[in-house]
Design a protein around this ligand. Sequence first.
Ligand code: URP
Ligand code: ZN
Ligand code: ZN
Length: 469
Amino acid sequence: MAEFDMVIRNAVVGTAADIFHADIGISDGVITALGRRLGPARRDLDAGGRYVLPGGIDTHCHFDQPMRDTVTLADDFLSGTVSAAHGGTTTVVPFACQLQGQSVRAAVEDYHRRAADKPVIDYAFHLIVSDPTEHVLRDELPALIREGYSSFKIYMTYETLKLDDRQIISVLALARREGALVMVHAENSDCIAWLTAELEKAGKTRPFFHAVSRPLAVEREGTHRAITMSEIVDVPILLVHVSGADAVEQIRWARGRGLHILAETCPQYLVLTSDHLDQPGFEGAKYVCSPPPRDAASQQAVWNGLTSGVFQVVSSDHAAFRFDDPRGKKRHGIDAPFAKLPNGLPGVETRLPLLFSEGVSKGRIDLPTFVALAATNAAKLYGLYPRKGTIAVGSDADLAIWNKDREVVITNEILHHNCDYTPYEGMRVRGWPEVVISRGEVVVEEGKLLAQPGRGQFLRCDRPRPVPA
Ligand code: URP
Ligand code: ZN
Ligand code: ZN
């Protein structure tokens, strides 16, 4: 008689705290035992001494988000989650975005319709608050937080999304009252607008100048201002997609003052530089995202931040626009000034292989740190822990079996997103997720998708739990 639905045998289990040898017993989608020589199961899966890690949690990705200007994100909840799963991720948290004049609840309902019947892995929603009216702050957000939408992103830039300082403070105060977590896109909008106009006047409009229009100082100022408002309201914030040495310095400064500032970075700031934007013709458009990839010194500063605990989370910020497509990067043609280019890069599938390879395989971070950055901290911060983000009895059996020695050359051909390029074309990585399991079901094995669209479940998020910062 089978004791378990599945046992993964001979695993080297990695969590944010430990590495240990064990078998993992799974029943009804949940981990029910960790031990040596577990009893019989309906299915045995031999890990053969490979790492078995918590499935990744990508808490910054944009799927099927309504856009202005008739550009369209390449990935919906099907292609986005299929791509995520192939990269070792088993939970995604994209954004239900309130358009100005829209109610947040309407945005959430619309986003549920967009997701319906599509995801192959589990998912939750953050909210994007772009119009914090009194009704939104007093009625809608408190109710939505209680219903499982406990985090929201606010923007300091982008004309149709940005909040002014008074609005930001109001949102932070609401987050403090209700116990929600606010993610901040910190760049100074007016400085970007002035720099863009100056560059345009000088005829400097090719994609490379996107990076020039958003220098380190623009991110530094936004970061400092966000920290100041967090201090005034006395509420933690999470600074998203931190890219530059100056912003890292601000976060260290804030922590030194005892402020509760959390931070996320992304692979593009760990492996790309602004040289990638500086290519002939329109090619640089592939790397246009905000904040932009920086110089080698900033890249090193971000790595230093990662190894020294400045960052709690590494997310993809997957915001894929097809390159050779009038709904994507070429919306305004190949001579379009940089300010007209949709901002964003694909990366939901390459996030963990890049972090593993550049981090663990190259000896910059250890395996528990990888797990913390890839899954555990995000699960805690966004109220999904311990159901997600760890390997423990009672947790969902969301797992990825990693072959630490497998070398793969990343090409767009091998990826599963709906984008026609990857910024990481030709990069060789060491370490690859060979089997991916979601709630006890093998969803990807040896590069093959085994999951049905719509099997992914919507997750309601609790209030955030503290993570050491
Ligand atoms: O360029 C980026 N990062 N696009 C996605 C939207 C955002 O601000 O994260
Ligand atoms: Zn952003
Ligand atoms: Zn984003």
